[in-house]
Design a protein around this ligand. Structure first.
Ligand code: FAD
Length: 433
């Protein structure tokens, strides 16, 4: 039986493996975590809106009934192209006849001094849990030691004005509102600052100017301070320094500045790379130097389609889902002796939420829906794509409950022992005040 190995169980890997269920191939899906993460809702975990399990789903459960798909809990470290093996950390290599690389990306710090050490990226569930614990601890610090406020304990700086930065900033402002109103903290709401910094002079660059202005006005109306056109020079445990010399004292820098495939397995694959280090692919998504291997989702430089030569797709969920399924279809076509087909991205538009009853949905023609309607569209779409029926129900109930009651939400500091805290790339999250 033809052996297909899929590296990564994100949107792209899941889509590829699901497309191969019941087909005449033996599929192994490898992931370093035993669950799929729904990244678009990580910010809700980080700001105590949802629980971790609501945005993650066990991979074994997804493929439990699929006879020809097995899951391997392992970290891929490279590929032996000569032997046709995926190399796995600490265990025997996994042979393949076809390979689908869907290992995603990670946070980009652009070499800014201190950013990797002292800021909080938001890319994994661990990142989200760490940020939530950290933010809630800062509220407790200021409640117990009001003097900590002057040292930035209640100032939350978000770097990056893309969809993730906008979502986090809006949700942090809401968290402060709710916590002050319902949780009996001794400080005033105005003591809490949320500052969004971006080098560009507008938010949400993929969106139309009108949508970006709406997002900026809504955030400002909710108390978020916008510092657009400001470049971050350094990040330390005590604050952020901007290029113009401004220093913002803070203990919390959320890094939403962009993504990269550096520091992921893509750098160790030994295959040609293209824009931003993403794997270079042919129109059918096979690697330019290995026709039996495909790169999909954030890991690959996925072309928009033959009609727009040279245009590369953005690193978003729809591209991952569509490219994963496309690569799976090409594996089957080659197996059947048929010619492969070029990938064509079907653009379904883009969305971003700013918070309660405020979101933007921009359709392919450029039409923008915003406000409550945009927010309802955003909620509905996220529920559709969230993996697992239980998670859909839990998230819907949670959202509805929070909408009606304001006060609810898992404002729980889980990681209370310093030695328990995973800090793969970031700081010790509890600097002495
Ligand atoms: C905070 C955040 C919010 C986002 N919001 C949106 C949004 O609202 N809308 C939207 O369209 N897009 C959004 N995106 C982007 C979207 O989530 C990504 O484009 C999408 O997840 C890419 O899918 P992927 O399968 O390529 O990679 P991923 O989803 O990153 O999956 C990669 C998988 O590979 C695994 N993996 C990585 N390396 C290895 C290895 N060496 N060995 C084994 N396994 C490995 C990882 O554990 C992971 O499960 C957001 C991203 C983030 C981080």
């Amino acid at each position: 039986m033809h052996r297909v190995v899929v590296v990564g169980a994100g949107f792209a890997g899941l889509s590829a493996a699901r497309s191969l269920i019941g087909r005449p191939v033996e599929v192994t899906i490898v992931d370093q975590r035993n669950f799929h993460t729904f990244q678009p809702l990580l910010y809700e975990v980080a700001t105590a809106g949802l629980e971790s399990g609501d945005v993650a789903y066990p991979i074994r459960v997804i493929f439990g009934k699929a006879q020809n798909v097995t899951y391997r809990f392992a970290t891929a470290t490279g590929v032996d192209w000569g032997r046709g093996d995926v190399l796995l950390a600490g265990t025997r290599p996994l042979p393949f006849d076809s390979l689908i690389l869907a290992s995603g990306a990670t946070a980009a710090f652009f070499g800014i001094p201190g950013a990797a050490e002292h800021s909080f990226p938001l890319y994994t569930l661990t990142d989200a849990r760490r940020l939530r614990d950290h933010v809630l601890r800062r509220l407790e610090d200021v409640d117990a030691h009001p003097e900590a406020e002057a040292r930035g304990a209640l100032t939350f700086v978000v770097v990056g004005g893309g969809p993730t930065g906008v979502e986090v900033a809006g949700a942090l402002a809401e968290l402060l509102d709710v916590a002050v109103r319902h949780d009996g903290f001794g400080f005033a709401r105005r003591s809490g600052r949320v500052v969004l910094v971006d080098a560009l002079d507008r938010l949400l660059t993929p969106f139309r100017e009108s949508a970006a202005s709406y997002a900026a006005a809504t955030l400002a109306g909710r108390g978020v301070e916008l510092m657009l056109g400001h470049v971050v020079r350094t990040v330390t445990g005590e604050g952020v320094e901007l290029e113009d010399g401004t220093v913002i004292p803070t203990r919390t820098v959320v890094w939403a500045g962009g993504v990269t495939v550096e520091r992921t397995v893509v750098s160790d694959i030994g295959a040609e790379t293209g824009p931003n280090g993403r794997l270079a692919v042919r129109p059918d998504l096979s690697l330019v130097d290995h026709e039996d291997a495909y790169a999909v989702g954030d890991a690959g430089a996925v072309p928009w389609g033959p009609e727009e030569p040279g245009r590369v797709c953005p690193q978003v969920a729809q591209v991952a889902i569509q490219s994963g399924a496309h690569a799976a279809r090409q594996v089957l076509r080659r197996l059947a002796g048929e010619a492969t087909e070029p990938f064509r991205y079907a653009d379904k538009g883009i969305m971003a939420t700013i918070g309660r009853r405020a979101a933007i949905a921009q359709f392919p023609g450029g039409r923008v829906v915003r406000g409550t309607l945009g927010w309802l569209a955003w909620l509905g779409l996220h529920l559709v794509y969230l993996i697992g029926f239980r998670n859909k129900v839990v998230v819907l109930v949670n959202w509805s409950w929070r909408y009606l009651s304001w006060g609810s939400g898992p404002r729980i500091i889980v990681n209370d022992r310093a030695e328990d805290r995973p800090t793969p790339l970031g700081p010790d999250d509890d600097p002495p005040l």
